[in-house]
Structures are given as C-alpha cells and as structure tokens.
Design a protein around this ligand. Sequence first.
Ligand code: NAP
Length: 256
Amino acid sequence: MSLNPKITDWRGKRVWLVGASTGIGRATAELLHTKGAKVIVSARSQAALTELAQKHAGLEVLALDATDEAAVKVAARQLLAASPLDMVMYCAGMYQPMRAQEMQSAAMVQHMQVNYHGAVFVTQAVLPSMLAAKRGHLSYVSSVAGFRGLPKSLAYGPTKAALINMAEALYIDLHDEGLGVSLINPGFVDTPLTSQNTFHMPALITPAQAAQEIVSGWEKGKFEMHFPKRFTAWLKLMRSAPDALYFKMTRRFTGL
Ligand SMILES: NC(=O)c1ccc[n+]([C@@H]2O[C@H](COP(=O)([O-])OP(=O)(O)OC[C@H]3O[C@@H](n4cnc5c(N)ncnc54)[C@H](OP(=O)(O)O)[C@@H]3O)[C@@H](O)[C@H]2O)c1
C-alpha cells in the first residue's frame, strides 16, 4: 500500500534540499537534477554549494543557517514567491560522539538546534503554503540512531528520535490534506559526518546509493525509507526487543 502520493516524473518538480552541500543531501540533489527536477540547495557553506551548482547547470543555490529561524523564513518566502515547492527535504545534521562520562550540555543543545529545531523552522516556513495549495511533500532525514539509545549517541540519538516522532505526527495530520510526509532512516553512509568514526561501520554505503534509496522511496510513495536493509532490518527488529535483551545485544555488537 502506498502511504504517500507517488512522484513518478521529476521533470519540472521544485525540490528544496536543506543540508545539501555534502554527503547524502548533495547526492540526492545531483540525482534529482539528472531526473529533471528544479533543485534548490541550501547549507551554510556558500562555496561548496556554488561549486556544486557549477557542475549542474540550473541548480539554484540558497545559502543559510537552518538554526536561524528568521533566515529560514526569508529563504522560504523568496522561494515560494517564485512558485510552489513540490518537495522539501531536511537533511542538515551534525554528529559528535558523546558518552555520559563526557557529557556536555552545550553540545547536546547544539545538536538539537541543527538536527531538530532547523527541521521545525523549515517545516513552519513552508507548511502554510503547502496546506493552501494542497500540494507538496515534506521529508526528514533522521537515522536508525533515533530508534533506541546507542553508545556514543547521547547528543545525536535524542535529536533523531524527535525527528522520527515529528514526522509521524505530521503524517497523521497532513495525509488527508493531500500532502506527502516521509522519513528517512539511513544506516551508515560514507560522508564527512561519519569520517570521524574510528570503528568498523557495518554495511557502509555511498551517498549515491543512499540517494537512490531515497528517491526510489519517494517514487513508490513510501512513508519510511530505511537502508541498507541488511543492517537496518535488524535495528528495526531490536526496536521492539525487551529492554534486557536490547541492552545485552547492543553491548555485544558494539563492545561498549
Ligand atoms: N552518514 C551517515 O551514516 C548517516 C546515517 C544516518 C543519518 N544521517 C543523517 O543524514 C543527514 C546528512 O548527513 P551526511 O551524512 O550527509 O553528513 P554531511 O555530509 O556532514 O552533511 C550534513 C549537511 O548538513 C549541513 N548543515 C550542517 N549544519 C547546518 C546548519 N546549521 N544549517 C544548514 N545546513 C547545515 C552541512 O553543510 P554546511 O556545513 O555547509 O552547513 C551538510 O550539507 C544528517 O541529518 C545525518 O544525521 C547520516
């Protein structure tokens, strides 16, 4: 059963990707551009976005800091004044490994601002216009780290759990309004965000593979895209495991 309106033809679709200067967002921008979408890319780094746009004629650049609500509002107003948006994906994110013994509240709050509040600001900035037009799709890049608590994920995990919950709540309210809402829960993807990991990342995939999974999920009208399944299917199963089993298995697999 398809949970969202399927997007089968990307030609002429206007897509705003926030967090698209590198990694998963950038690869998704490139894939959608090749499929004929009118792609707008945002992130803080103007230089990286401009370099991306130079490779792909027609790609539009709109540099912003997603944690600055006023800047997000101005950007959205500018985009919506031109024409409606068919897809908005929030993939801005940061990750700093943290365990309880080195807890830093300031860094935890910063993760919340980038990974969650930015998504709230972007949603608020585009939702009224999507509701009025009864057209559009909101998509959020969360993580399997949002399913349950994980070691080193003290700052990152809670932000991703919040994003998962928000996407589900939005789906419930917006589906009958004719809007799409989707949730993306990747496993490990080889990007600047994970390059700091010193441990072996199981089932690591490339950003281009992640982009294929995401776009194919939108085309099929899925609500959740989690990938690669050989890794994420286990984590989904562990989501409903009894606490004692979950803690034991997590310890065994991570060695932490
Ligand atoms: N890589 C993985 O294994 C993995 C797994 C699960 C989920 N994810 C999630 O996937 C998303 C993309 O991550 P990635 O792996 O592709 O990492 P990445 O290459 O580091 O991309 C993060 C993007 O977010 C942008 N960004 C960061 N802070 C921002 C801010 N305040 N305002 C606007 N843009 C901001 C970055 O650009 P600027 O620095 O130029 O602003 C960059 O474009 C993140 O939400 C991440 O949590 C990644």
